[in-house]
Every structure is written in C-alpha cells, then in structure tokens.
Write a protein that binds this ligand. Structure first.
Ligand code: C2E
Ligand code: CA
Ligand code: CA
Ligand code: CA
Length: 279
C-alpha cells in the first residue's frame, strides 16, 4: 500500500513539474520578454549540391532559457500553439530575421532566399498577408526573397481564409513550400488546387536511402511528381554523400542538412557565406 502511495506522489510530482515548466514557458511567451530571455534563431543553408551554390536559408527558432536551459523547438512551438502565443512568437521572429536581412543587404548588396516556418493556424488570421507585406515593406525586402514553409499537418490548410492568405502571398511573389512532404495528413489532391511552389521532402525518406528500396521508390516518385507539376523540390536532413548522390541522380540536387551545414547563428552564417562575397 505504501509503495503504491509513493508511486502516486512521484507521478504527481512529475506532473506538477511539467505543468510548472509549461507555465513558465507560457508566461515568458505572453509577456513578450522572450527575446531578453534567450529566444533567438539560427539559420540552415539550402544548397545546390552540384556546385555548392547557396540557394537560401531556413530560419529555425531556438530558446536558451535562463531557468530551463535549452528548450527544444518542438516543445516551445507546441506550447505557443496551444496557448495562442504562436502569433506573437512568429511576428517577433519575422522582425528579427528581417532586421538582419536588412543589415546584410546594406553590407553585401543581397541576401539569400529566406524560408520561415509558419504553422497553418496562423494562416487562419485574415490579416496574415497584410501584416507580412507591411513588415517586408518596412525593411524594404522584396517578397521574392521570402518563403513560407507550411506543414501539411491538418485539414486547416483547406479553409477559405487559409487559402486566401496563401493565394495573396503567392501572387505577391512569396514562395509557398510544403514542409515534411510525404508524412502529413492530407492527400495529394491539394497540390493541384492549392497555391504551392515547392515541396520539401521529409527527412524520414532521406534517412532510408540505401536502406529501403521501397522508400527509395517513394522518393523517386515524389521527385517525378514535383517535376510533373512544375514545382521546386528540396530534400531535408541530408547527412551523407551517398544520400546527396542518390538525390542528385534522382533529380533533386537542392538539399539541406548536416552534410553541408548544421543550423548556424546569423553571425556564423554571415562569416561563412556572405563576408568575402561583397559586391
Ligand atoms: P522542420 O521545419 O522540419 O525543421 C528541420 C529540423 O531538422 C530542424 O530541427 C533542423 O535542425 C533539423 N535538421 C536539419 N538538418 C538535419 C540533418 O541533417 N539531420 C537531422 N537529423 N536533423 C536535421 P529543429 O531546429 O529542432 O526544429 C524542429 C521543428 O520545430 C522544425 O521542424 C519546425 O517544425 C519547428 N520549428 C522550428 N522553428 C520554428 C519556427 O520558427 N516556427 C515554427 N512554427 N516552427 C518551428
Ligand atoms: Ca521547416
Ligand atoms: Ca521539415
Ligand atoms: Ca518537421
């Protein structure tokens, strides 16, 4: 009986710690103080593997919290989504990256294409498009240099408002990329009646190159599908030369992954890719 009692309290202790952790994250998100509390971003290059050309960068959120330490984006993005703070967080991230991009343009005369992750429920906001355009104007960044990555995680993608935002973005020149392609919720039908420019093949498929003939077959058909629909295609999570060789031979030479670079701080990225290429 006593042992059961102990398990019970251990369980509750863990629950309490979990809730407390969640409360701290939520509070910091809503207070808008997250920037001074270790929230920042890193960028990961997207490379043409044939000649090493830089095609663009993906912006990834990071949080090195003063009390909680390094928090995984999977955790804080989830909390932000559940609590409704995701809009604040994303807006803040846009400001940070556009401010940096503005500085890069001043120094080097140009920027790589910038891809930012956007959760589908943000696109439910009628003002998403106009807010984004206003920001791009503020920093004098052309919409052509901006891309949004959306995960095909839910039916939300099909709602009228979401579509409306996406159509407007695409029309303005902002590229729309479907993230984690091949693992999501939806079928293929939306590729034809949906504003999409790019497919980003999920790394589960990349990981199975050389290990699973079936996965390789799926991979090849995704690339053929993208090609047939006139969409760009990129592979994520490329870690080995073998993977890069397979993808290039299959028609997908644009890759992102540890093989070329881990996510870098803005400064590391600038030093490696921009400085020395001054125009
Ligand atoms: P994602 O959008 O699929 O991002 C790719 C993830 O793969 C990143 O994890 C990246 O660090 C990791 N990665 C890159 N190359 C490799 C590789 O070669 N091998 C392996 N094993 N992993 C690689 P990260 O940064 O931990 O982000 C996790 C997820 O959190 C992202 O997945 C994205 O869904 C979400 N996320 C991150 N930042 C943001 C953000 O600013 N907004 C939103 N809405 N979601 C974000
Ligand atoms: Ca992404
Ligand atoms: Ca992805
Ligand atoms: Ca993912």
């Amino acid at each position: 009986k006593q042992r059961r009692g102990n398990c019970f309290s251990v369980y509750h202790g863990k629950m309490r710690a979990k809730l407390e952790r969640r409360r701290i994250i939520e509070d910091d998100l809503f207070s808008g103080q997250f920037s001074s509390k270790g929230f920042h971003y890193v960028v990961q290059p997207q490379i043409d593997g044939r000649d090493g050309t830089l095609i663009g960068i993906e912006v990834l959120a990071r949080w090195n919290h003063p009390e909680l330490g390094q928090i995984s984006p999977f955790e804080f993005i989830q909390v932000a989504e559940d609590s409704g703070a995701i809009e604040l967080l994303t807006r803040h991230l846009f400001e940070l990256i556009l401010d940096t991009a503005d500085r890069w343009i001043g120094r080097y005369g140009g920027i790589p294409k910038i891809a930012v992750n956007v959760t589908p429920n943000l696109l439910e906001n009628k003002m998403f498009y106009s807010n984004l355009i206003r920001k791009l104007k503020k920093y004098a960044i052309s919409p052509d240099w901006f891309e949004i990555e959306i995960t095909e995680e839910s039916e939300l993608l099909f709602s009228e408002r979401v579509l409306n935002n996406l159509w407007k973005c695409q029309k303005a020149g902002i590229a729309i990329s479907i993230d984690d392609f091949g693992t999501g919720f939806s079928g293929l039908s939306y590729l034809t009646n949906f504003p999409v420019n790019k497919i980003k093949i999920d790394r589960v498929f990349i990981n199975l190159i050389g290990k699973s003939a079936k996965s390789e077959a799926i991979l090849k058909s995704i690339i053929t599908l993208a090609d047939g629909l006139g969409l760009d295609v990129i592979a994520e999570g490329v870690e080995t030369e073998e993977q890069l060789r397979f993808l290039t031979a299959a028609g997908c030479p644009i890759v992102q992954g540890y093989y070329f670079d881990k996510p870098l701080t803005a400064e590391q990225f600038e030093n490696k890719y921009l400085a020395g290429h001054r125009t």
